[in-house]
Design a protein around this ligand. Sequence first.
Ligand code: AHR
Length: 314
Amino acid sequence: MKEYVLGAAFAVLSTSATAQTIGFSQIGSESGWRAAETTVTQQEAEKRGIDLRFSDAQQRQENQIAAIRSYVAQGVDAILLAPVVATGWDSVLEEAKEAEIPVVLLDRRVDSSEDLYLTAVGSDLVHEGEVAGQWLVDNKPEGECRVVELQGTTGSSPAIDRATGFRTGIEGSDDIEIVRSQTGDFTRSGGKEVMESFLQAEGGGDNICALYAHNDDMALGAIQAIKEAGIDPGDDILIVSIDAVPDIFLAIAEGDANATVELTPNMAGPAFDALDAYLTDGVAPTKFIQTESALYTQGDDPMAEYEARKDLGY
Ligand code: AHR
C-alpha cells in the first residue's frame, strides 16, 4: 500500500515495491524523433520487466487527458506524460496526485505547479534554440541575412522555448533578421507546405539566406520544397534544425543541410531510473533531469552519425 510520509506532493513514499505497471501517454507520431522516443521507451520498459501501457493521443490534448484518467482508474504505479501543449494540465495532474500516482514528464514541459509532477526529463529547450542561433551567427555569409523560421506545434513548450532561444542566440547580430515565422506542426509535410509559401513570398527564395526549423522533419520537408524551387539547400539557403534524426545526417552528408542540435530519444531510461529510486527507496528526484544538446555540422562525419542512429527506431 502506498503512503505519502511527507506533506509535500510526491515527497517520499514508504513502499518497497518498484514500478511494475506504467502508463505512457504519448503525443502521437508526428516526427521521426517521436517514433524513436516511443520505440526506445518500449525497449527500456521491456528490458526492465515493466508492463508499459501505451496510448497514442494523435496530437490531441483531450486524448491525453482521457488516457491519464484511464491510467488512474487502472491504478498504475506511475505515469509518463509527453504533453502536447504546455497549458491545461492542472486538473488531471491533481487527479493523479490525489490517487498517489507519480507523473513523470517526458521531453516537453507544462506550466502547472511543480508539485503536480514528480520530475521532468528533457533537454534545455531554450539552449537548443540558442545553439542553433549561435551557429548561424558564426556561419552566415557576409552582410544581411534574412531568416525564415518553421515553428513547432503552437503552444508546445519546444515551439515556445526554441523560438526564444534562437532569438537570444542571434541577439546583437543586427544583420540577421527573422522575416517570416510560421508553424509546420513538427511534421515533414507541414515543413514542406509552409516553406513553399515562404519561397513564394520571398522572391522565389532569392531573399532568404537561412532556414531555422524547430525540428529536423520540418527541415527535411523544406529541403524538398527548396529543391523543387530550383534552389540549392545547404548552400543558397543555409539550414539549421533540431533533433539529429538519421535522415538529417544523410541530408548533411549530401550538403543539403548544415547543422542540427541533438535531442536524445532516450528520455525513458532516466525516467525509469528516477521512478525506481523513488518507488523502491523513497528517493525524490530533482524536478528536472536534463539530457544533452550537442551540435552536429558537416565537419562531424555525418555518415557515421547516420549509421549510429539508423536502427534506433526513427
Ligand atoms: O518535444 C520534442 C519535439 O517533438 C521534437 O523535437 C520533435 O521532433 C517532436 O515532434
